[in-house]
Design a protein. Structure first.
Length: 211
């Protein structure tokens, strides 16, 4: 993680749930030698299996992305492995207010908007009117900032340089509004160029000028 932050280049961080976060990482909080919170700055994309998730490209997460990492306090089963009924049993249900307290001391409080899962793993829970605070009470996400998309995963399993879905993440190259200049020469100038070429040939190859 430190190398990803220090590089200031686009990197991808992979959660144990399979969620991939691609962007420029600017911050991470460590607890017991493991990342407990991560943050990117600028356009960020989320994906699974090297494919960008619909609605979670750079145009949506244009200002960055942040999320806790780890397990909920007092619960042995990783959140990523929960089923719908198990989620309901701990108060996580679409349309209802939920409070998630992580082992790291980070708390997430908001109204559950959507739960995204695949391959029998929960990867993302989105909240409305959400606040996120660290163990000291410092605000990490303000409800005024909009929907909070929280990554789900017990730990970070890999970090690599570049985006997960390179084609979707690729920048559209800048196209200049100035066209390439193609000069048009008159017949006299063309004859002069021909003379120059003959002199060049004589210098390089020897022999007659061939007039």
């Amino acid at each position: 993680m430190k190398k990803a932050v220090d590089s200031k280049n686009v990197c991808t961080l992979v959660y144990s749930s399979g969620l991939q976060v691609s962007g420029i990482f600017s911050e991470f909080i460590v607890q017991n030698n493991q990342p407990a919170f991560i943050r990117t700055t600028g356009p960020t994309a989320l994906g699974v299996g090297n494919r960008q998730l619909k609605g979670h490209g750079k145009d949506y997460h244009i200002d960055g992305f942040s999320s806790p990492v780890g397990n909920l306090k007092g619960i042995n089963t990783p959140l990523e492995d929960f089923g719908i009924e198990e989620l309901k049993s701990i108060g996580i249900e679409e349309g209802k207010r939920a409070v998630l307290n992580f082992e790291s001391g980070i708390s997430v409080t908001g109204v559950v908007k959507n739960i995204l899962s695949s391959n029998q793993k929960i990867q993302l829970i989105s909240f409305d009117n959400c606040s996120v605070r660290d163990k000291n009470g410092t605000l990490l996400f303000d409800p005024a900032w909009g929907v909070y998309d929280m990554a789900v995963g017990e730990k970070i399993v890999s970090v690599f340089c570049g985006a997960a879905d390179k084609q979707a993440f690729l920048e559209i190259p800048y196209k200049s509004t100035t066209g390439t200049h193609h000069p048009v020469y008159d017949s006299r100038t063309l004859e002069l160029h021909q003379l120059y070429q003959q002199v060049r040939n004589r210098r390089q190859k020897g022999g007659d000028f061939g007039f």
